[in-house]
Design a protein around this ligand. Structure first.
Ligand code: F6R
Length: 365
């Protein structure tokens, strides 16, 4: 049942190229530089008239939603917002008919996310589900949406759901962008990049042994920081969440710019820093932060673009991932951090598929 893998988590990490292929199949129109998401049921007029894309979710799905927020602002120049589903629900949120609300949930049964869906529907917003489990409560109640087609996710620590969610959210952002003001040429570029994702992920998986070796140097720590900027900030959040869940190492994620506003006080040789450094806007600034970390003796592990000598020189150790657009790097780097967390947990002897205190779906508030 685990297909020869030691854990479901590892099996599902390795299923990602196929899962992402299924998630994007028939949904990328390279010729027209757009996405085909008929389940959203949006008319050309609606695409133009929405004033905001509001994304709600919890945990890993929330982290994927943050990539969606960045992408919709970046691609569509449209206001994007992401909110933790319970916060949204209990804040008497400002939401209405000018909003497209996307509820992101692997299981489709998360109580807080379901409550947020009901609240948004009550307030007159258009609500779509981005759900993996077919026929689940959120999928049914949202009434419209896009299924992930990632296949069953058994591991408590979510992996393939995240990367499929991000791939589909990029397509949602592309669709909104092309319905508004993005040119066909630019859209074609993004569509082409999304189609490359499965192959890029395959390349990361080929580094499994190298990542396991890197992980062996981080097994003995009790705390870690993860830092990234822009699109790589959600990756830092997701990387830190994975290591917490399965290895029980206390990890915190920061936007790299935030370090000097307080957290830097904690840095010393016992606080390794995982820095997301795959080329993208602001990378030189993150390299500067890495230097500040090392000046305080914090060991730095960089996730860098293959062949980036400058980033490599700035770090103590590196995981190299293939070159790609910065919005695609969200997926590629996350896969590297999933494997890193997996190997750290394995080497610490943790019960990876049965992390303590966690259940696969959180159906109580
Ligand atoms: C993390 C994890 C959880 C879930 C969260 C939401 O690995 O699995 O954080 O992402 O409980 O679950 P879904 O996506 O089913 O709504």
């Amino acid at each position: 049942e685990k297909g020869g893998y030691e854990h479901y988590m590892l099996k599902e990490i390795f299923e990602q190229p196929e899962a992402i292929r299924n998630a994007i199949r028939g949904r990328v129109d390279v010729e027209r530089g757009t996405a085909i998401l008929s389940g959203l049921g949006l008319s050309p007029r609606e695409l133009v008239e929405f004033q905001r894309l509001l994304i709600v979710g919890c945990g890993t799905s929330l982290n994927a939603g943050l990539v969606g927020e960045y992408a919709v602002e970046d691609f569509a120049a449209m206001l994007g917002e992401v909110e933790q589903a319970a916060e949204f629900r209990y804040r008497n949120p400002i939401v209405g008919s000018k909003d497209l609300v996307v509820a992101v949930s692997q299981s489709g049964e998360t109580a807080d996310t379901l409550a947020a869906v009901r609240e948004a529907i009550d307030k007159g917003a258009m609500v779509a589900g981005l759900v993996n489990v077919v026929g689940s409560t959120i999928a049914r109640e949202a009434g419209r949406g896009v299924y992930l087609h990632a296949g069953p996710e058994i591991s408590v620590a979510s992996t393939k759901a995240f990367t499929c969610q991000v791939a589909v959210l990029l397509l949602v952002a592309l669709k909104l962008a092309r319905g508004r003001r993005m040119s066909r040429e630019v859209g074609m570029g993004i569509a082409g990049e999304v189609l490359r994702v499965p192959e890029l992920v395959e390349k990361v998986l080929e580094s499994n042994a190298a990542i396991a070796d890197v992980a062996s140097h981080f097994v003995g720590y009790e705390h870690m920081f993860y830092i990234g900027r822009g699109y790589l900030f959600p990756v830092a959040l997701e990387g830190a969440l994975k290591i917490k869940e399965i290895s029980y190492i206390h990890a915190e994620a920061y936007n790299a710019a935030e370090l000097k506003h307080g957290p830097i006080a904690l840095l010393d040789e016992k606080m390794p820093v995982v820095a997301l450094l795959n080329r993208g806007p602001g990378q030189e600034k993150t390299v500067g932060n890495v230097e500040e970390c090392r000046a305080r003796k914090a060991p730095v592990l960089g996730v860098i673009t293959e062949g980036d000598a400058e980033a490599k020189a700035a770090c103590d150790r590196v995981i190299e991932v293939p070159e790609c657009s910065h919005y695609i790097a969200t997926i590629v780097s996350t896969v590297a951090l999933q494997l890193f967390a997996y190997h750290v947990a394995r080497l610490r002897g943790c019960a990876i598929d049965q992390p303590r205190n966690l259940a696969k779906s959180v159906t109580v508030e």
